[in-house]
Design a protein around this ligand. Structure first.
Ligand SMILES: Nc1ncnc2c1ncn2[C@@H]1O[C@H](COP(=O)(O)OP(=O)(O)O)[C@@H](O)[C@H]1O
Ligand SMILES: [Mg+2]
Length: 229
């Protein structure tokens, strides 16, 4: 059972550096924070401040140098490679700045694929794809391939795909960075409703303060440290 005091996502004393030969880039220094269920949090900070690094660590795309990351009080990083794959598939939704949809598949197929990786049949997976496309208000485009969708539509599909296996946490790295402000705000408003309704834990990197202001709180990353607002 999730303890509201502890937070659903808990990042404890994370430090992370990149080494290239003799060069060491210290990116994150002793960072700690918590995000509750149903909370939508903006991660902001100057370019190069480590926003993507932090998101990749939480999303288990990279191994943390030191510190710990907990999801629902369970340690997820560091953890074994095998359990990481499973956690990523079942518990974590990830949205990138550019949609990264598979170009040969329709919108609904793109959303069905991660579900089929968990063992669901194609027809059940497509049924859920259609529900998610409806939820993202883009049903009319369900049979289009990514190339026949606008940037905003592609990101809506990418968000629907990230929710395909009903994750507990949604991580998005500048998901509206390539979109015009009106489309960006409409997508974030939409996502906010889903976060509240499904009690998702949501961390979104954004450069846009207008978008950050729509969220429940902000984590500001600067010179390796974090400030909460
Ligand atoms: N794989 C990597 N190897 C070496 N340095 C990296 C790597 N990824 C990121 N960096 C460096 O870490 C710092 C933070 O990068 P990043 O997390 O991408 O910042 P942001 O997303 O805030 O722009 C930058 O100085 C960047 O050059
Ligand atoms: Mg980045």
């Amino acid at each position: 059972m999730n303890d509201l005091k502890n937070g659903y996502l808990e990042v404890k004393k994370i430090s992370h550096s990149y080494k290239n030969g003799k060069n060491v880039t210290r990116v994150l220094q002793n960072i700690s924070f918590k995000i509750r269920k149903g909370e939508m949090v903006a991660l902001v900070g100057p370019s190069g401040s480590g926003k993507s690094t932090l998101l990749n660590l939480i999303g288990l795309l990279e191994n943390v140098n030191s510190g710990e990351i907990f999801l629902d009080n369970k340690l997820i990083n560091p953890s074994s490679y095998l359990s990481k794959d499973k956690i990523r598939l079942n518990q974590i939704g990830f949205v990138f700045q550019s949609h990264r949809l598979l170009p040969e598949f329709s919108a609904r197929e793109n959303i069905a694929i991660p579900q089929m990786l968990t063992g669901l049949t194609k027809s059940l997976a497509l049924e859920r794809s259609d529900e998610l496309l409806e939820m993202m208000n883009i049903s009319k485009r369900k049979n289009n391939r990514p190339g026949a969708l606008s940037g905003g539509e592609q990101q809506r599909v990418a968000i629907a795909r990230s929710l395909a296996n009903a994750p507990n946490i949604l991580l998005a790295d500048e998901p509206t960075g390539n979109l015009d402000p009106k489309t960006a705000i409409s997508i974030v408003n939409h996502l906010q409703k889903i976060v509240t309704k499904t009690k998702l834990t949501c961390l979104i990197v954004t450069h846009n303060m207008e978008i950050a202001d729509l969220m429940d709180k902000k984590l500001i990353l600067d010179q390796g440290n974090i400030v909460e607002k």
